[in-house]
Design a protein around this ligand. Structure first.
Ligand SMILES: [Zn+2]
Length: 135
């Protein structure tokens, strides 16, 4: 169901295991990567209207987009590249925030990749669900 991933995107065993673990976590949370990506896109679209200024999103969210210029290629070998656009999503009720690049959004949506556990840039399903108040 949520874990039907493109087998071609598995280039190493540890990455495949991490994707599988994140899929299991999504199941436990009652989410799919499509639901997470849809919510991320909603925040991204709101942030885009602010042109660098924070945009309030009811009931208690804020999102701001910044542009670092340049492009980043997807590491999954699908020949896609993304502008270095970062959307910062803040939950003003809890004070938590996450910075989600366009590349990260693509990797979540298309590859089920939420980042390496050791990476400071990891955006785990449980963190995103908490900040965006999903489901
Ligand atoms: Zn890709």
């Amino acid at each position: 169901m949520t874990c039907n991933l493109n087998k071609g995107s598995f280039s190493d065993a540890s990455r495949a295991r991490r994707i599988s673990d994140d899929c299991a976590m999504l199941d436990r949370l009652g989410l799919t990567r499509e639901i997470v990506a849809r919510r991320l896109r909603m925040f991204r679209a709101a942030a885009e209207t602010g042109i660098g200024r924070p945009v309030g999103i009811p009931p208690h969210f804020e999102a701001v987009m910044d542009d670092a210029r340049g492009r980043l290629p997807c590491p999954f070998g699908d020949a896609r590249a993304f502008a270095k656009l970062n959307t910062t999503i803040r939950n003003l009720a809890t004070g938590e925030s996450a910075v989600v690049s366009d590349l990260a959004l693509h990797m979540i949506e298309e590859h089920g990749w939420f980042g390496d556990p050791a990476s400071p840039f990891r955006l785990g399903p449980e963190l995103l669900a908490r900040i965006m108040e999903l489901p």
